[in-house]
Design a protein around this ligand. Structure first.
Ligand SMILES: Nc1ncnc2c1ncn2[C@@H]1O[C@H](COP(=O)(O)OP(=O)(O)OP(=O)(O)O)[C@@H](O)[C@H]1O
Ligand SMILES: CC(C)(CO)[C@@H](O)C(=O)[O-]
Ligand code: BAL
Length: 278
């Protein structure tokens, strides 16, 4: 497995491949878990060469967010990547590789970012789109894989990919969960044992919403119930029902809808979701 630190190493390698070689790409912020590995395994199946990027992208973090305490373990990540058959791990250690001094080019997808994480993390998706557009230009993948845990991110990146004619294909992958239901996330590592136990309220609440839906309920307020009570002592950031395509709030589920939640447990912000399909 090759490990590249610079954009030019990445570009030179990419340019050395012939036209028929299919490149599959999994962008991440590292601290790899089974969710990431499920993307890597599927990517391995879909490409002749597999590229993983590990970059904790500073531009997608707000000033009061957890950039400084985002978990990192590059040695562990590289061992897991190698086991999954990664050919190239692109790990720029210096953020100036992707954001050279004087850079002031930004990519923004408007509309889809109005609610959910877009509303509570201003500028977050501008940072995500910008870094993914840069990575796309460097890696020029035939296929790139993203998880549905970050459902809004996936929807926004699909739109960016189409609108900018980036080429290749975007593939969404199902949420991987711990055996007790907690969605896997690098940030789970920052949970105390007490907060880890309390955070199970998220998947329990989503299961309860789904149960009400399966029993025939279609009205949004009845489906959502009382999220603040259901997630206590976690603090709800948002708990919403939106159209699964345009991500705008719905009052009734008449077509596929996304039930999405973000909540803080012991100061750690976790997200999760489920899609309700009538
Ligand atoms: N549980 C999961 N199941 C499936 N895909 C996942 C899961 N967790 C993360 N991913 C996907 O892995 C990719 C990289 O995500 P990232 O490195 O931010 O990991 P993360 O665990 O989501 O971290 P965070 O703590 O920031 O939420 C994204 O496409 C993300 O949607
Ligand atoms: C897509 C991504 C790698 C961009 O930094 C990040 O937002 C993530 O890991 O989901
Ligand atoms: N998985 C999304 C990255 C973030 O929360 O910044």
């Amino acid at each position: 497995m090759l490990v590249f630190r610079t954009c030019s190493e990445m570009q030179v390698w990419r340019a050395s491949l012939d036209h028929a070689t299919r490149v599959a790409f999994v962008p991440t912020m590292g601290y790899l878990h089974e969710g990431h590995l499920s993307l890597l395994r599927e990517a391995r199946r879909r490409g002749d060469r597999l590229v993983l990027s590990i970059f904790v992208n500073p531009t997608q973090f707000g000033p009061n967010e957890d950039l400084a305490r985002y978990p990192r373990d590059e040695a562990g990540d590289l061992a897991k990547a190698s086991e999954c058959g990664v050919d190239v791990a692109f790990c720029p250690t210096d953020p100036r590789e992707l954001y050279p001094q004087g850079t002031n080019t930004w990519v923004e997808v408007q509309g889809l970012d109005r609610h959910l994480c877009g509303a509570s993390r201003p500028g977050h998706f501008r940072g995500v789109c910008t870094v993914v557009a840069k990575l796309w230009g460097l890696v020029r993948p035939d296929v790139a894989l993203f998880g549905e845990k970050d459902f809004q991110q996936l929807a926004i990146l699909r739109r960016m990919h189409a609108d900018l004619f980036l080429g290749g294909e975007v593939v969404g992958m199902p949420i991987v969960r711990e055996p007790d239901g907690l969605a896997m996330s690098s940030r789970n590592a920052n949970l105390s044992p007490e907060a880890r136990a309390q955070a199970l309220a998220i998947s329990r609440w989503l299961a309860a919403v789904r149960q009400r839906f399966e029993a025939g309920e279609r009205e949004a307020t009845a489906l959502l119930g009382d999220p603040a009570a259901a997630l206590a002592p976690g603090r709800v950031d948002y708990a919403s029902l939106v159209d699964a395509d345009d991500l705008q709030p719905v009052t009734e589920v008449a077509k596929p809808a996304l039930c999405a939640v973000a909540a803080f447990f012991g100061g750690v912000r976790l997200i999760d979701n489920t899609v309700l399909r009538p």
